[in-house]
Design a protein around this ligand. Structure first.
Ligand code: CTP
Ligand code: MN
Ligand code: MN
Ligand code: MN
Length: 371
């Protein structure tokens, strides 16, 4: 049960990377509302308010107490007039008129539905919406629409991959990837990253970093793993992207640039017999298997720590790490490297702790990065 007395609010940083945020969210009624508002602005490509609501939600998630009256938020960073008025409304009536209006809006509902398909982003969803399409059957019945391979798989496995992945299922997939790596090279390794590394009980996919101590062999490692999964008959979909990594390039200025390492976005067939306690789906259990989304990334081993930090997330935590590095330290950070603009040099790291130390930040454990 959360304490109601506010902690000294002056201690809360505007940067998620200076806060400890576990999976326990004491302010879900507010953060759920902010997430809807942020998504609404994201669909309308209005970046300012979108980011503002995401930052506000992130601050509330870090609190060890529940906000019971607006006065308690005094001194907290990132809570603007708009966020506060939404909170006020929720405190008074248990709901926000603005949020309810969005939730019942046809455009929002349709974009939300379309973007829930693997391979469909806001741009495509918007295009379909403008053509008058409102449901999956509308899309699938429209002869002039060409679905790419990713979207075809997204529709084919929609039921399975829109269902949450459990920790037991993530563990089973970990064993599968681990076995594949070890069969290829005895000194290779697979490490769980993403939401499950942060201690989440459920995820929308399972993320792994695969490595070999031999620099330059990482591309081959990934294609060999894919071949092994195919041989096992469990590869349902594979989008492989070869490395375009250039070590002389400075880290990206953009907050959310994709990294350049070899990676793949997969859909795997997970058999019930491999999962302790069975699959996280009644339907899947009777069939004996379910489809699961899996992401693999394979950086050169000297970039392992940067990739681990970048892929562990959360997205908000990553955004603020980069913003902190740039604004407070004149450094550039991304999934590949850390660059000091004052010294004009790259700062090497073999562990995540090294990176936090270079940035002059207290180390934040993975399970405290649920910003
Ligand atoms: N990521 C990245 N580059 C990519 C894909 C993902 O840097 N090409 C990072 C994201 O920024 C995120 C982390 O990898 O911090 C995990 O991404 P994702 O699987 O989408 O989210 P999770 O936090 O794992 O949450 P979920 O349970 O929904 O999967
Ligand atoms: Mn994930
Ligand atoms: Mn996600
Ligand atoms: Mn992922």
């Amino acid at each position: 049960d959360a304490a109601t007395a506010p902690a000294p609010v002056a201690a809360v940083s505007q940067y998620a990377c200076q806060r400890r945020t576990t999976t326990e969210n004491n302010n879900k009624i507010f953060t759920d509302a902010f997430e809807v508002l942020a998504e609404f602005y994201e669909f309308n490509e209005v970046e300012g308010p979108c980011l503002a609501f995401r930052r506000a939600a992130s601050v509330l998630k870090s609190l060890a107490w529940s906000v019971r009256r607006l006065g308690a938020t005094e001194g907290l960073p990132c809570l603007g007039e708009r966020s506060k008025s939404v909170m006020e409304e929720i405190l008074q009536s248990g709901r926000s008129f603005e949020v309810e209006k969005i939730l019942s809006d046809e455009r929002y509902q349709t974009l939300k539905l379309f973007t829930s398909v693997f391979g469909v982003g806001p741009k495509t969803a918007e295009k379909w919406y403008r053509r008058g399409l409102r449901s999956f059957s509308d899309i699938l019945a429209e002869p002039s629409i060409h679905l790419n391979r990713m979207q075809q798989s997204g529709f084919r496995h929609y039921g399975d991959i829109s269902r949450a992945v459990s920790r037991a299922e993530a563990r089973a997939l970990g064993n599968i990837i681990d076995e594949a790596v070890r069969a290829i090279t005895a000194d290779g390794a697979a490490a769980l990253t993403g939401g499950f590394r942060r201690g989440k009980e459920f995820g929308h996919d399972v993320d792994f970093i695969v490595t070999t101590p031999e620099v330059g062999r990482e591309d081959r490692l990934l294609t060999d793993i894919i071949e092994s999964l195919k041989q096992q008959g469990i590869l349902l979909y594979c989008d492989y992207q070869a490395s375009t990594f250039d070590q002389s390039k400075l880290p990206s200025h953009k907050f959310e640039a994709m990294d350049h390492f070899a990676k793949c976005f997969l859909i795997l067939r997970l058999d019930c017999s491999r999962v302790d306690g069975g699959l996280n789906s009644v339907e899947g259990d009777s069939r004996g298997w379910r489809a699961v989304r899996v992401d693999l990334v394979s950086p050169p081993v000297d970039r392992y720590a940067f990739t681990l930090l970048g892929w562990t997330g959360s997205r908000q935590f990553e955004r603020d790490l980069r913003r902190f590095a740039r604004s407070e330290r004149r450094m550039l950070l991304d999934n590949h490297a850390l660059y000091d603009k004052t010294k004009k040099e790259f700062l090497a790291a073999t562990t995540e702790e090294d990176i936090f130390a270079h940035l002059g930040l207290e180390y934040i454990e993975p399970w405290q990065r649920n910003a």
